[in-house]
Ligand binder design. Structure first.
Ligand code: GLN
Length: 492
């Protein structure tokens, strides 16, 4: 039993190294994860679909070729958020409307992970169509936070964060449109990174807001995230927004040396509404980096009041357009008992989408409609430009920025959905990063009085993944927040 626990506590890179060395087989690792899932899923509900049988088959075939392993992640079990298309495996986006959708093709991100030797354990729960901050809007029921099952894991990649924190897999792929990797990573005490827009192909990622969406890893350490990004990054001819710039080499570049690194602390991110324990933990993280030679620079960031309204207008507008394809005709679920075509659309969409998704479609259709377009959508695009320029200005004096991820730690189940506006406002520290297309990383940096994880965010300039990961790695060499497990010593 304790051997099992030890295996589950390894980082993905440690497990990959053990598989390569022959200390543990890919099959043993997979069985261990499946047993952990068996034990914990009843309480956590991280997975929408489990593919245990296929995972074991895959592990056997990978094990047979272990000598050919090239990636440090070869043979390591993981899972995908359920909006990343996987050939032959249901991809529901946690929505009723895609409840019977099995993609005939593979997302580029999944294809690349597969080529690196990953073992997929299944598809992870999320807010419906990635809209939400708690994973409570899923058609398949909420995921629960492994640190306290009365709390949400955050969202929308809540299943991914909870599965990694809950030791059901070693890493996961999520997606981030306005914080959906970073915020659940923060609530669950794991490390996650949203790359620069265009770094990772979106081919096969079911679109929420196409100009903001990015795929990225959630894992136990910055080094694990670097290893996953090394696999994922790079130009993809199937996504015209993917960037044709040199990729790879992130893991190899981690030195932990942050001497002379200029870290900006935007005062606007440390204002009203920020929980005092979160505030303290983030400043302590800044001090840790300072003790390793970084320089802290406080500066004014006068655009905070625009970020939430601009984000929720642009994201809803794009969502209303992207989701128009779900009409009960082309694919997915279709309502019964319709009278004509209009009635088919109406019934399918009324019954197929949940409340939050409908709210976004209504809002998005409204801000794009003639007469309101200029007042809302166009204005939001202008605000986006102002926000982008504020970041450009900040990066003239700073190499990275350090902020909270979320103003609070994980709320209780049910607390957020009753007040959607409040929930939107809690995205204040993450959404600006997507609007500006920048890379952002979340890492554990403390716990609050109730023992819940606190995260801090590092924001980098475009293509600044290496500097973010290196700063996080430096922090993780100095601290052990990322090593803490919700199971303490009791599990198994
Ligand atoms: N909470 C934000 C939203 O609901 C972010 C979601 C995301 O990043 N997918 O839009």
């Amino acid at each position: 039993m304790s051997e099992m626990r030890e295996l589950l506590e390894l980082t993905a890179l440690e497990l990959g190294a053990a598989v390569k060395k022959g200390d543990v087989s890919a099959e043993e690792a997979t069985r261990t994860a499946l047993e952990a899932m068996e034990e914990r899923e009843g309480a956590l509900n991280c997975f929408i679909t489990r593919t245990g049988e296929q995972a074991l088959e895959r592990a056997k075939s990978l094990q047979a070729r272990v000598k050919e392993a090239k990636s440090p992640l070869y043979g390591v079990p993981m899972a995908f958020k359920d909006n990343i298309c996987t050939r032959g495996v249901k991809t529901s986006c946690a929505s009723r409307i895609l409840g019977d959708f099995t993609p005939p093709y593979q997302a580029t991100a999944a294809e690349r992970m597969e080529a690196a030797g990953c073992i997929c354990l299944g598809k992870l729960n999320m807010d419906e169509f990635a809209m939400g901050s708690t994973t409570e809007t899923s058609f398949y029921g909420p995921t629960r936070n492994p640190w306290d099952t009365k709390r949400v894991p955050g969202g929308s990649s809540g299943g991914a964060a909870a599965a990694v924190a809950g030791r059901e897999c070693w890493y996961a792929l999520g997606s981030d449109t306005g914080g959906s990797i970073r915020q659940p990573a923060s609530y669950c005490g794991v490390t996650g990174i949203k790359p620069t827009y265009g770094r990772v192909s979106r081919y096969g990622l079911v679109a929420y807001a196409s100009s903001l969406d990015q795929i990225g890893p959630l894992a136990r350490s910055a080094a694990d995230c670097a290893a996953v990004l090394d696999v994922l990054m790079g130009k993809d001819p199937r996504d015209s927004t993917s960037l044709d710039v040199p990729a790879g080499g992130l893991l190899a570049s981690l030195t932990g040396d942050v001497r002379g690194l200029k870290i900006g602390l935007p005062t606007g991110c440390f204002g009203q509404g920020l929980d005092s324990q979160v505030h303290r933990a983030v400043l302590q993280a800044a001090d840790v980096l300072k003790s390793r030679g970084a320089q802290l620079i406080e500066f004014d960031f006068p655009v905070m009041e625009y970020v939430v309204p601009a984000y929720y207008i642009i994201a809803a507008a794009e969502a209303s357009s992207n989701l128009s394809r779900f009409d009960g005709v082309k694919y997915g679920w279709r309502a019964e008992g319709y009278e004509d075509l209009a009635d088919l659309y109406c019934r399918t969409r009324t019954q197929g989408f949940g409340t939050e998704v409908k709210r976004r479609i209504l809002l998005g259709t409204f801000v794009l409609s003639s007469g309101y377009y200029d007042a809302y959508y166009k204005k939001a695009l202008q605000a986006k430009g102002v926000i982008k320029r504020a970041f450009d200005e900040a990066f003239r004096h700073c190499d990275v920025l350090l902020t909270p991820v979320s103003p609070t730690t994980a709320p209780r189940l049910g607390e957020s959905l009753s007040d959607p506006l409040q929930m939107y406002l809690s995205d204040i520290d993450t959404v600006s990063v997507n609007l500006a297309g920048l890379p952002g990383l979340s890492m554990p940096c403390g716990v609050d009085g109730a023992g819940l994880p606190i995260g801090c965010q590092l924001i980098g300039p475009p293509l600044g993944e290496a500097v973010l990961l290196n700063a996080a790695h430096a922090f993780q060499l100095e601290t052990d927040w990322h090593k803490r497990s919700p199971y303490g010593k009791e599990a198994f």
